[in-house]
Design a protein around this ligand. Structure first.
Ligand code: ACO
Length: 460
């Protein structure tokens, strides 16, 4: 088995979104804080008739249907999520309703904040290498990741979002995971965690989460460079080697700063022909990395040096992130979909993509994908990206008040049984002429939690 990677991809996000400029006003934040300061335009959200299982059912069913995947041809399915609806029963087992007649599907849920999706992807790749063999077994693996990212009232609420991504993984793929090039950094840190069993909201130390994200990025990039040199007889990579550089995106401005940090690493190691304004970076050449976190003059220098690089290699991957918000486990892979949409295949073929995944707590990795040399093999992925973009433009804008109300409804659902989603019971409007909480066609939704906490779903 060779060239295990991504054959197909499906992205799902909710039909409702809130505008970040309107949210600034509603929250009493200074004008431009969410849009310019954090770089966000819109945020998708779910009412109480969507949960993590329904969004994963939707994205998995769509992947199977659009690509004519026979349910019996799937041998592994791993789920990455941090949106827990049950402390024991996995989301994966709920997805088994999509595979009638095939119980022989390995894999369960993987959880560690936004990183669980990437670990699920790694598991699928490894499963294919270990098990798929023309003579013995020739089956697909699926990685499905998704979350409903919600925060309590306060400065973090505007960095929520919701969505799910499903990937079809197998040999001889158009997007291949590079072997030997997973650089991982894990440590124990209380930057963002969910200790309250009766709340969907995390406990967040915002500043610490940003520092932890950036320090994991530093460690992963250095390790990736060392691993790359090992398999290429000492050749060290820099950002010019990659057609695109993608990041987990809690908000777009952090991603831009992250690319700047990687540019700084290139500069310090003497590879800087792709950077500008080097004199500004020189001032920090001997500054220990630890002293750079949160340093505004350092940030300004790296942002200036990497500005063109950002436009060329990273901005194209941020379309969904800016307009949907943080999809947590799905965020990085939504970035991949966005890249395929906005970058011409001719700029990607035969090249590598660099990806950074981060999950609080913390677990992080930098890894890379090699794009096949034949652009026609990217057509299926491009088509899925176009369909997702079409849906993005056919969402319904909600008011900040309606968004706040949806989150209140979600709060009321927790721990309740029996429960009927309020979004299904509303026949009135909220005085603002809005239709209540619409879904895209073919979306799975929660119809009921029965007296034994069993969840029932139907498809719109
Ligand atoms: N116009 C333009 N920019 C503005 C304005 C304005 N009116 N007001 C503020 N800003 C800028 C600030 O200068 C700041 O920019 P900087 O970071 O470049 O200096 C930015 O907007 C944010 O403002 P802060 O005051 O720093 O924001 P605050 O501390 O209130 O909240 C935070 C930001 C910490 C990201 C919060 O939203 C949060 O906790 N989010 C969840 C945690 C998170 O996403 N962490 C990231 C990694 S972990 C993960 O993926 C979950």
């Amino acid at each position: 088995v060779t060239d295990v990677g991504i054959h197909a991809m499906e992205v799902y996000f909710p039909r409702l979104f809130v505008d970040q400029t309107e949210l600034e006003q509603f929250d009493g934040a200074s004008s431009g804080k969410y849009t310019v300061g954090l770089g966000q335009m819109q945020m998708g959200f779910c009412a109480d008739h969507e949960d993590v299982q329904s969004i994963m059912l939707t994205v998995t069913a769509k992947l199977m249907e659009k690509h004519n995947i026979d349910p019996k041809s799937v041998g592994f399915l791993a789920v990455g999520t941090e949106t827990i609806v049950d402390k024991s029963k996995s989301v994966k087992t709920q997805l088994m309703q999509l595979f009638p007649g095939n119980g022989d599907i390995e894999g369960v849920d993987v959880t560690n904040a936004c990183f669980g999706g990437t670990q699920a992807v790694f598991h699928t790749v490894d499963w294919v290498y270990a098990n798929v063999d023309g003579s013995r077994e020739n089956r697909w693996a699926l990685a499905v990741m998704g979350d409903i990212a919600v925060y309590d009232k306060g400065p973090a609420r505007c960095t929520g979002g919701a969505g799910a991504v499903a990937l079809l993984i197998g040999p001889n793929a158009p997007l291949v995971f590079d072997r030997g090039l997973r650089a991982v950094h894990m440590q124990s840190v209380y930057d963002f965690y969910k200790p309250r069993m009766t709340s969907e909201y995390p406990v967040v130390d915002g500043a610490l989460s940003v520092q932890s994200y950036l320090s994991a990025l530093d460690a992963c990039y250095q390790l990736y460079g060392a691993k790359y040199a090992k398999i290429t007889n000492g050749k060290h990579p820099d950002l010019s080697n990659f057609a695109a550089v993608l990041f987990h995106s809690p908000y777009a401005r952090l991603v831009q700063k992250s690319l700047g940090r990687l540019a700084f690493h290139d500069f310090v190691s003497g590879r800087h022909s792709h950077l500008s304004s080097l004199d500004q970076l020189s001032a920090f050449r001997d500054t220990p990395l630890n002293a750079t976190y949160g340093d505004k003059s350092f940030e300004k220098a790296v942002l200036t040096a990497s500005e063109q690089l950002f436009r060329a290699k990273t901005d194209p991957s941020l379309l969904f992130a800016r307009r949907i918000g943080n999809m947590y486990t799905g965020s990085l892979y939504g970035g991949l979909c966005s890249l395929l949409l906005t970058q011409s295949p001719s700029e990607l073929v035969g090249r590598r993509l660099l990806l950074f995944s981060y999950g609080s707590g913390s677990a992080a990795a930098i890894f890379s994908l090699s794009v096949c040399t034949d652009a026609s093999r990217l057509q299926g992925l491009l088509q899925s990206a176009k369909e997702a973009a079409y849906q993005l433009d056919h969402r319904v804008k909600a008011s900040p008040k309606q968004f706040a109300r949806a989150l209140e409804m979600r709060e009321q659902l927790l721990g309740k049984a029996p429960y009927q989603p309020q979004a299904l019971c509303m026949d009135d409007n909220d005085g603002e002429g809005m239709m209540h909480f619409p879904l895209f066609p073919d979306t799975f939704y929660l119809t009921q939690i029965d007296e034994k906490f069993r969840r029932r779903y139907e498809r719109a």
